[in-house]
Design a protein around this ligand. Structure first.
Ligand SMILES: *Cc1c(COP(=O)(O)O)cnc(C)c1O
Length: 396
């Protein structure tokens, strides 16, 4: 059976009520049938739930589905995506270790690596997404322990060659850790390219409807074990309610990602044909600098498209004003189309040279393409591109 079929059919064991949809196990703790059972659960001669900081059936169902989709041995869920990113590193790395990362990272991942780990004596080297195999090789030190990256990146949509990094990590015995949030396991499964760990912000496409926060780490059992120990004792657990919501969401993930990707490609193509749009960036457009790599490691382009408009912030403002359908929000991964100007919002705290290195210009707009009718989206974005160009022309 296909992974998606198995994931859809993964469910917590039925109770005596024979329910079809899994009930929500909104409980902080679990009872022992006897003193002997309490003892057995704690000395781990019997497997079972004790306390929801350690495990919970609703949370486990969500984790089992993600493991199925990513082709992972084991996993655990966390309260947010950032808790997953942090635990996947802090649960394994120790003082004196070195981490190699691709520069194009989610802002908070960048803060963990450069600010928080610096306090604990964990050092790092950053590389550009399109760095060559030789450049990655040259970054490996005797104390290197992990490679961490996102592909496609936010908001540059730059790709890192997963097969190449998989080879490098195997050769140098490095732990290969991938944030697969933008692609989701429907579009790309890093474990098939040699990743040891995959992390997600489940807040984005996994929920896909902007309702709950969540994170998940899946991968090889030998690496999940220390991360599980770290989480059990530091407590970034996922709420059973969020897990229950997310588990249901995963059953429609394939359907949603297919439609997100179809809409995104059609919108990208339509906007690329407009003279009022300076540049369109989308992994599955032949004009993307890493189009060949995108086709090799992704089976669709995903939901995120970026466009660049001439005329700086004034043009961006006029464009956003002219749009009828999308929501202005810094979030992404929703049924509803969302747009943001990374320069003044999500990435505003970066220094000018850091913004330049990541291609974050004043006129950049990140579009998280939703599931609305594509005809309506194309019409709305096209008219806004034209109207905002006219507004600016009148001012000059
Ligand atoms: C949103 C996001 C995160 C952080 O997830 P939260 O659930 O907001 O903590 C990490 N990585 C990527 C790529 C993201 O988009």
């Amino acid at each position: 059976m296909k992974r998606q079929t198995k994931a859809i059919r993964t469910q917590t064991k039925k109770t005596q009520y024979r329910e079809h949809s899994t009930p929500l196990f909104l409980t902080s703790s679990f009872s022992f049938e006897s003193a002997e059972q309490g003892k057995a659960l704690f000395d781990e001669t019997e497997e079972g739930n004790i306390y929801s900081r350690f495990s919970n059936p609703s949370v486990q169902e969500f984790v089992d589905k993600v493991c199925m989709l990513e082709g992972a041995e084991e996993g655990l869920a966390t309260a947010t995506g950032m808790a997953a990113v942090f635990a996947s590193m802090a649960g394994i790395l120790k003082s004196g270790d070195h981490i190699i990362a691709c520069r194009a990272l989610f802002g908070s991942a960048h803060q963990i690596i450069t600010q928080i780990f610096a306090k604990w004596g964990i050092t790092y080297t950053y590389l550009d997404a399109d760095a060559t195999e030789e450049q990655w090789e040259a970054a490996v030190q005797t104390n290197s322990r992990m490679v961490y990256l996102e592909t496609p990146s936010n908001p540059g949509l730059e790709l890192v060659d997963l097969a190449m990094i998989g080879r490098l990590c195997k050769k140098h015995n490095l732990i290969f850790n991938v944030d697969n949030c933008f692609a989701t396991p429907i579009i790309q499964t890093p474990i098939d390219f040699g990743a040891d760990l995959v992390v997600h912000s489940a807040t984005k496409f996994m929920d896909g409807q902007g309702r709950v926060l969540g994170g998940v780490v899946v991968g090889k059992a030998e690496f999940i074990a220390p991360i599980r120990f770290f989480c059990r004792h530091t407590g970034p657990s996922m709420s059973p309610f969020n897990a229950w919501t997310l588990s249901k969401s995963l059953e429609t993930l394939e359907l949603r990602m297919e439609r997100h990707s179809q809409n995104a490609l059609k919108l990208a193509q339509a906007l690329e044909a407009l003279p009022e749009v300076k540049k369109v960036n989308y992994p599955f457009l032949p004009s993307h600098p890493q189009y060949t790599l995108a086709k090799a490691q992704m089976n669709a382009g995903g939901a995120i498209v970026t466009i660049e408009l001439e005329g700086g912030f004034e043009r961006v403002s006029a464009f956003m004003k002219a749009l009828q359908i999308p929501t202005l929000s810094s979030n992404l991964g929703d049924t509803r189309t969302i747009i943001t100007n990374p320069f003044t919002t999500t990435h505003s705290k970066l220094k000018p040279d850091e913004k330049a290195a990541l291609g974050i210009t004043e006129g950049l707009i990140r579009i998280s393409v939703g599931l609305e009718s594509i005809e309506d989206l194309i019409e709305d974005f096209s008219q806004a591109a034209v109207v905002s160009a006219e507004v600016l022309a009148e001012k000059i």
